[in-house]
Write a protein that binds this ligand. Sequence first.
Ligand code: AHM
Ligand code: MG
Length: 281
Amino acid sequence: MDEIFDYIKKAVLSISNELKFPDTSYNQSQNKTGDTQLKFDVISDEIITNTLSKCPNIKALISEEKDESLILNEEATYIVAYDPLDGSSLMDVNFAIGSIFAIYEKKAQAKCLKAAIYSIYGPRLELVICKDCVNLYRLNKENEFIFVKKLIMQEKGKINATGGTQKNWDEKHAKFIKGLFDDGYRLRYSGAMVSDMHQILCKGGGLFSYPATKNSVNGKLRAFFEVFPFAYITEKAGGKTSNGLNESLLDLEFDNIHATTPCFFGSKYEINALLKAYNER
Ligand code: AHM
Ligand code: MG
């Protein structure tokens, strides 16, 4: 597994270098979830595919930007699913964006997750690697990732990062979110999941949500590349996750590699409040 981490470090370093002088125009193509691809989505995808293809321990790659899985080595153990450039629609405004990786053993299902990683391309290049605990690393001048600290979620946070178009929320969700603001939670939402989750993890708590909406009944965020890796990280940091009904996003199973799901990640207090609000009659 550590070997895979090393290849991921190489890939994110290359993407970070490319991002300094990027082409922010759009391609004519769309990915499987219907998003118009930026040229840089495709470039980041190619960088990760080319770099990870050299790693002998990887059985297959599953990318948000590719319709099908790419088989590399049938004999190998690990499947790596990734979102090459999460939040790429914010590239034009120079917000922090990132790459997300999920490492599955033998089968791409949440219960087979063995590690999750994300990078943040912000003023600094940071990397969070989670196997048994959640470790934050930062790039130094020698191009090495140096351990900074362990990320831990407290019992209750102060941040509310709430996604989806509000006019399309259902009443239950709208009431729950208003209740958090009435309790003193502050809105912090950039529109890049990596940055919004990174803030909650670094500040030690809060809620990130992307609910079912009237126009997207299964939510927007993709299970294998976005939801499962962040659910794994949140729970290893001491937080909790849910789809609004269950006790953990990691209990979900999907056949379609591009499946989406409503998702909530947070401190225990906010997820327990969510379950109460969503399941009230
Ligand atoms: P992307 O992977 O195409 O960038 O889309 C995912 C992004 C997430 O980073 C973010 O949480 C969400 O889409 C924002 O969507 P919205 O603008 O609807 O709130
Ligand atoms: Mg994404």
